[in-house]
Design a protein around this ligand. Structure first.
Ligand code: ADP
Length: 408
């Protein structure tokens, strides 16, 4: 800037000197020579400026090129970064370009649909009709689109976002979430709610019907009246048992549920629980034998007591004659508790079902004994929450043994 201004001053001074000289000495030859000199000077300066300009232009072009390269490199890097990130997302990612070609499909998509979509046109992915339909709609609509689809017993949530560059559609990015677990839990919850309503409806209808009869027929015979009252009591106790068990289950289902662990003399706890049920066994003429070694283990006392009571109660309920033996001993860092009966036994194909909520092999017998159908599901839940294990050995019409192991 400084040089530029100085050169102007020099030129101005030069012109002034030439003008003074021409005025003083009016010699045409000298004037002509001076004008020629000035023209040469201007020509040389012009060439210099031109060179400088083309040099500057070259530098600017180089700088621009460098910046362009840098931006390209950066966007390539972020694209690669996006691709590698999408491999670890745990969700499916599909990129469809403006020609309808799948530029990229990550490994989760491959896992979900067992098909490599990379470099295929979306029209060629008829392997999964619902996915094909979704992509075609998302691609043709050129707008945000969301849908849930089912493919081979799995549920997927699909979300497509269109990509625009200067208002020109460049394709779409599709994110796929596997929501099978969520849907299964939802279905399970719905079924469970329906089961609960059904379970409560039966005793409730019976209570309602009987109370109406009792109200209507005031002169009923005392014997009949007592029978009805007995049914009322039985049904209300059944409802209470179901509701109590439901409360326990719903508490244990909570994510933040924690056991109240203390050091417990497990042998003593088993004996206390067994003693409380001796009368029930005696009423059915069943012998209740205990052979339990004491050990101090860290458990939730109330919950383990409930496990023992549920198992012994079941053994009494499903045994018509013979005995029940409760054994407890320590083995390989585990405390093992066995409850054996000589009862009706369980078919091997039924064993995996008996831990399901409200599952009963003989509904009438279970209800008659006052069972809620939730006992074993609570037992399993409690044992697993303690880091333990439960196993069943059973022979139909000979008897059943429940074996529980709890870590010491
Ligand atoms: P319930 O209240 O019906 O006893 P449970 O969850 O405790 O519910 O048990 C589920 C089913 O498992 C019972 O209905 C019964 O058919 C079967 N079961 C449980 N314990 C025994 C057992 N000791 N012997 C034979 N069957 C049993």
């Amino acid at each position: 800037m400084m040089n530029f201004k100085k050169s102007y001053i020099y030129i101005a001074v030069l012109y002034l000197l030439v003008a003074i000289y021409i005025i003083i000495d009016n010699n045409p030859a000298v004037t002509f020579t001076l004008i020629i000199f000035l023209m040469i000077y201007h020509f040389v300066t012009f060439i210099g400026v031109k060179d400088k300009l083309s040099e500057d232009k070259q530098v600017s072009v180089q700088k621009l090129q460098y910046k362009l390269d840098e931006t390209k490199k950066e966007s390539e890097e972020s694209y690669l970064h996006f691709l590698s990130l999408s491999q670890t997302l745990g969700s499916g990612v599909i990129m469809v370009n403006d020609d309808g070609k799948i530029n990229f499909a990550n490994k989760d998509v491959l896992e979900y649909f067992d098909f490599d979509f990379n470099n295929k046109y979306y029209e060629d992915i008829q392997i999964s009709k619902p996915l094909y339909k979704f992509i075609s709609k998302a691609y043709l609509l050129e707008q945000k689109y969301r849908k849930q689809i089912v493919y081979e017993d799995k549920y997927f949530d699909l979300l497509s976002t269109p990509i625009f560059e200067d208002d020109i559609f460049k394709g779409c990015l599709i994110i796929i979430h596997d929501i099978t677990t969520l849907r299964t839990a939802e279905n399970f919850q719905k079924r469970f709610t329906a089961d609960v309503s059904h379970e409560l409806k039966t005793p409730l209808s019976s209570i309602k019907g009987i109370s109406e009869i009792l109200n209507r027929d005031r002169n009923m015979e005392e014997k009949d009246r007592n029978e009805f009252i007995e049914i009322l009591q039985k049904e209300s106790v059944r409802m209470e048992t179901i509701l109590n068990d439901l409360l326990i289950i719903s508490k244990m289902d909570r994510i933040d549920y924690e056991l109240t662990v203390t050091e417990v003399h497990i042998g003593e706890l088993v004996l206390e629980s067994t003693n409380a049920l001796k009368r029930l066994a005696k009423e059915k003429n069943i012998e209740l034998i205990t052979n339990v070694k004491d050990e101090i283990i860290s458990v939730d006392k109330n919950k383990i007591e409930q496990v023992i009571i549920n198992l012994i109660k079941n053994a009494i309920n499903y045994t018509d004659e013979g005995s029940i033996t409760v054994t407890g001993y320590t083995e390989n860092d585990f405390y093992t508790l066995r409850v054996s009966d000589t009862g009706i036994g369980i078919n091997s194909e039924e064993i995996e079902n008996i831990f399901k909520r409200f599952y009963r092999i003989d509904g009438a017998r279970s209800r008659d004994s006052g069972g809620s159908g939730l006992g074993l599901s609570i037992v399993k839940n409690v044992v697993l929450k303690h880091g333990g294990n439960i196993q069943v050995d059973s022979i139909k019409d000979e008897g059943t043994t429940f074996i529980i192991t709890l870590p010491l």
